[in-house]
Design a protein around this ligand. Structure first.
Ligand SMILES: [Cu+2]
Length: 103
C-alpha cells in the first residue's frame, strides 16, 4: 500500500462522510425507484407515474399521482418515458424530489 494511495482514500472518505451523516436517519433516503410517466399536469405540478415498489416509503408498485418538488422537473420528461425518481414525504404529501429519464 503506497502512501499516496492511502491519503487519497483518506481524503475521499473525508469528503464522503458528511454526506453520509446527513442521510443516516433513513438508510434508503437516496433510493431511486423505477417507473414510467403516464400523464403530466404542469399547472398542478403533478405527474402520474406507474412505479415499482418504493422501498423508503414502504409502498408496493402501482400507478398513482405524485406532486413534484419543482414544476421545472416536469419539463425534462414526457408521457411514455421510463424514469428513475426519488419520492419522499414532504409536509405530509408524497413528493418527487428527484426525477430523471432512465438511462
Ligand atoms: Cu404508489
Amino acid at each position: 500500500m503506497n502512501i499516496l494511495k492511502t491519503s487519497l482514500i483518506a481524503s475521499l472518505l473525508a469528503l464522503t462522510l458528511p454526506v453520509l451523516a446527513q442521510t443516516t436517519n433513513s438508510a434508503s433516503a437516496n433510493a431511486m425507484t423505477m417507473g414510467s410517466v403516464v400523464k403530466i399536469n404542469t399547472e398542478q405540478q403533478k405527474v402520474t407515474v406507474k412505479h415499482e415498489a418504493i422501498t423508503n416509503l414502504d409502498m408496493p408498485g402501482m400507478t398513482m399521482v405524485f406532486r413534484v418538488k419543482d414544476a421545472a422537473m416536469l419539463t425534462a420528461v414526457k408521457p411514455g418515458n421510463d424514469i428513475q425518481f426519488r419520492a419522499e414525504k414532504v409536509d405530509g404529501a408524497i413528493t418527487i424530489t428527484h426525477l430523471e429519464v432512465a438511462k
